[in-house]
Write a protein that binds this ligand. Structure first.
Ligand code: HEC
Ligand code: HEC
Ligand code: HEC
Ligand code: HEC
Ligand code: HEC
Ligand code: HEC
Ligand code: HEC
Ligand code: HEC
Length: 497
């Protein structure tokens, strides 16, 4: 943009329109005599390129201003999205000005310069690129609260309806964290007060663990080590609300941040810095929990330019797989000797399922909404793609997810009524093995991985949620059924009658 509103030009125009009287074709004579006096010209040259500025920091404004007689001064103004123009400085001499930005957030900022010459003719120009005055870290993180300034719907979705942002919760001044859904975390373990706790790990979905303050246990996860806290019962399980052991009397550092925080850097990556100076904290984060920038990358460039090309929008399964994974892509599915698949293995399970390569995480999930507590995160249910099975799902109106995604994985505790077959995390293997096999066949001999994922989850996990196992005597309140009886119904269960 390079607009000129010189006084001479205005007079010429006025003359053509006949508003002002005659003899206006003569160029203006500058004060003191001499040649013709043309209006000045100005081109704003900086700031360019959308680089953001910290509130209250200095940014250099620059311009090229010329005039046949001489520019006497430049007036500077800024405007930000949706705000009236504000004066920065008037009658500036030279070709640059160091602007001390206001101590507030401004988006979509442009700067207008007005050059003036001795006969008060003016010209003006506005910077081409918008930029932002916004608080950001050295690595360019702005936090979810800044994203919310323009994407409030997404912010509300993520922060009100999913567990992601609550993965790590800071405790300040002894005030416990609160969660938008599900049960709230109770008071910390016996002998520990909220003033002894620096962070709560989790507490939204399955379980919570506690990190001490520097004074209490040097910021390690509370396990009872060295007498700080009870030696048992340091992990709270949500459903049902119970306390269990966690690494009893072992000094357990917090090195979990790459999957639990936004912008985590390990000690190797950040040169040995510990968050909040806590000895047990093996790195630093930019924001607690899985916030916007955990999935979209550091956002300051985008916030400044507001261009889609300046933000990562990665819809791949591998993104989810950076955290919902154990042991690397396409690895086997690690299990524990307690007889369940271990937790945070949705990627491993899915990679061993019939949906691998056909239906990905974001085909079924809205990543901004959770699935726990029915938060609307499932955007395509089984019924929407498997019409044949819907037509033949006569088993007492049991839902698809109940049978096909049984809780064969365990994060916190198994269902007390059915400790053999019902863990607390829904599996993503999806296929069911209709044969008369139990979990001994499902897991490897040492119990440390799933051996027969390709054949599907064994019937005991699916059917003994409701039916009773005559061998172990456990199961749901339904009728007692042997594996052979279950298999007889399961085989071809969706075949047309
Ligand atoms: C000052 C306003 C503003 C802020 C703050 C902002 N955005 Fe945006 N964002 C936009 C605009 C405008 C678009 C649309 C760009 C377009 O379509 O050209 C957009 C688009 C996006 C897109 C879609 C990109 C695509 O490929 O279509 C994503 C993802 C996004 N923003 C994420 C974020 C995140 C994450 C943050 C916080 C780090 C954030 N935005 C902060 C204005 C903003
Ligand atoms: C768990 C990961 C994750 C988190 C956390 C997350 N997003 Fe996204 N977001 C995605 C994915 C994946 C997409 C879709 C990318 C695709 O399919 O192209 C997306 C898309 C978007 C889009 C573009 C939607 C469209 O229709 O083009 C916007 C805007 C956006 N996210 C903003 C945000 C904001 C703001 C936050 C924080 C409040 C946030 N996201 C948090 C993963 C996430
Ligand atoms: C490879 C990524 C990864 C690492 C490393 C990791 N976790 Fe997690 N964790 C997850 C994911 C993903 C979930 C949620 C999904 C699930 O459990 O199936 C989770 C869930 C949890 C939960 C339950 C959260 C809730 O709201 O109920 C706790 C507590 C937890 N992890 C603690 C830890 C601790 C402590 C460490 C480090 C010693 C750790 N995790 C390391 C990925 C990870
Ligand atoms: C940076 C690590 C990370 C990434 C990337 C990530 N997650 Fe998560 N996810 C977690 C952790 C940790 C939890 C447990 C949060 C809690 O309960 O506090 C979780 C929980 C969940 C939950 C259950 C919580 C709820 O509110 O229902 C779903 C569903 C989920 N993630 C889906 C996804 C999908 C889909 C993607 C990819 C778009 C994804 N996640 C990407 C770490 C991650
Ligand atoms: C977006 C569409 C879509 C959704 C949603 C979906 N599926 Fe699938 N499913 C497919 C496709 C595509 C395949 C692979 C091709 C095939 O075998 O039909 C498949 C395969 C399967 C198979 C193996 C089929 C066979 O013949 O062996 C099972 C079992 C299955 N899905 C169960 C489910 C369950 C359970 C759900 C809900 C949790 C679900 N699917 C949701 C599209 C979908
Ligand atoms: C009572 C438990 C149960 C319920 C409920 C159930 N299924 Fe199945 N489903 C099975 C079993 C068992 C098999 C394996 C059948 C076989 O291999 O002969 C199966 C097989 C399938 C297959 C593989 C193809 C086939 O027809 O064998 C798909 C796809 C499928 N189910 C989808 C669904 C969908 C969609 C729903 C909900 C409308 C659903 N199932 C409800 C138990 C169930
Ligand atoms: C075929 C559809 C489908 C695909 C593909 C899929 N999910 Fe899910 N996911 C679901 C459904 C359905 C639920 C359970 C909803 C409910 O609780 O009723 C679920 C639940 C979850 C949960 C919460 C588990 C629990 O026990 O509460 C997590 C975490 C999750 N998915 C992550 C992922 C990740 C990561 C991927 C990709 C690797 C993925 N999902 C792929 C359909 C899918
Ligand atoms: C959500 C609960 C639930 C699940 C899960 C469930 N069932 Fe059932 N099932 C019932 C109920 C209720 C009845 C009827 C009363 C009874 O027999 O207990 C029934 C009855 C049966 C019967 C006797 C009636 C008949 O049609 O012959 C068989 C066999 C059976 N189920 C097999 C299975 C198999 C196989 C699975 C796993 C793939 C399974 N059920 C999973 C609830 C369930």
């Amino acid at each position: 943009m390079n607009l000129r509103f010189g006084r001479g030009k205005a007079l010429v125009l006025a003359g053509v329109l006949g508003v002002v009287g005659a003899c206006n074709d003569d160029p203006l004579v500058p004060p003191g005599g001499g040649g013709p006096d043309n209006p000045p010209e100005i081109v704003m040259t900086a700031p360019t390129g959308g680089a953001a500025v910290q509130p209250g920091d200095m940014v250099q404004i620059a311009w090229d201003a010329t005039d046949d007689i001489g520019v006497t001064g430049v007036d500077l103004y800024y405007s930000a999205d949706g705000m009236a123009e504000t004066e920065i400085a008037t009658d500036v001499q030279g070709a640059t000005y160091d602007w001390m930005t206001p101590d507030q957030t401004l988006y979509g900022v442009t700067v207008r310069g007005v050059a003036r010459d001795a006969s008060d003719q003016t010209a003006e120009d506005v910077t081409n690129d918008i930029f932002a005055v916004v608080t950001h870290s050295e690595r360019g993180y702005v936090t979810g609260a800044a994203c919310a300034d323009c994407h409030s719907d997404y912010y509300d979705d993520v922060y009100l309806s999913s567990g992601h942002p609550y993965k790590l919760n800071k405790v300040e001044n002894g005030v416990p964290p609160t969660y938008p859904n599900g049960p709230q975390v109770p008071n910390p373990p016996d002998g520990v007060t909220w003033n002894d706790v620096s962070y709560v790990i989790g507490g939204y979905g399955w379980k919570a663990r506690f990190i001490g303050t520097e004074e209490f246990n040097q910021g390690y996860i509370i396990t009872g080590f060295g007498g700080a806290g009870p030696s048992g019962d340091n992990q709270w399980n949500l459903l049902p609300s119970t306390w269990t052991d966690y690494h009893v009397d072992e000094q357990k550092p917090y090195d979990c941040g790459q999957c639990h925080t936004t912008g985590w850097q390990s000690l190797d990556e950040n040169g040995g810095v510990r968050q909040d100076g806590l000895t047990g904290f093996e790195g630093t984060y930019e924001e607690t929990g899985i916030a916007c920038e955990a999935c979209h990358g550091a956002g300051v460039g985008h916030v400044s330019s507001q261009a889609a090309s300046d933000i990562i929008s990665d819809g791949s399964d591998d993104l989810c797989g950076t955290c919902h994974n154990r042991g690397g892509a396409n690895a086997d599915i690690p299990a524990s000797t307690s007889g369940f698949i271990r937790h945070h293995e949705q990627y491993n399970e899915w990679a061993n399922s019939p949906h691998f390569g056909a239906v990905g995480c974001n085909d079924c999930h809205d990543p901004h909404l959770g699935t726990r507590y029915d938060m609307g995160g499932v955007i395509a249910d089984c019924e929407s793609c498997h019409a044949d099975q819907v037509a033949n799902n006569a088993h007492f109106a049991v839902g698809c997810v109940t049978c096909h995604m049984p809780q064969a994985s365990k994060s916190a505790v198994a269902d007390a009524d059915n400790p053999n077959f019902v863990g607390d995390v829904k599996t993503h293997i999806f296929t069911l093995n209709p044969d008369a096999q139990n979990k001994d066949y499902f897991f490897s001999e040492d119990g440390l991985s799933v051996a027969t994922a390709a054949e599907g989850v064994t019937l005991d996990f699916a059917c003994y949620q409701c039916h009773q196992d005559p061998v172990t005597g456990t199961g749901g309140g339904g009728s007692e059924r042997t594996l052979a009886e279950l298999s007889a119904l399961a085989t071809g269960i969706h075949d047309a009658p």
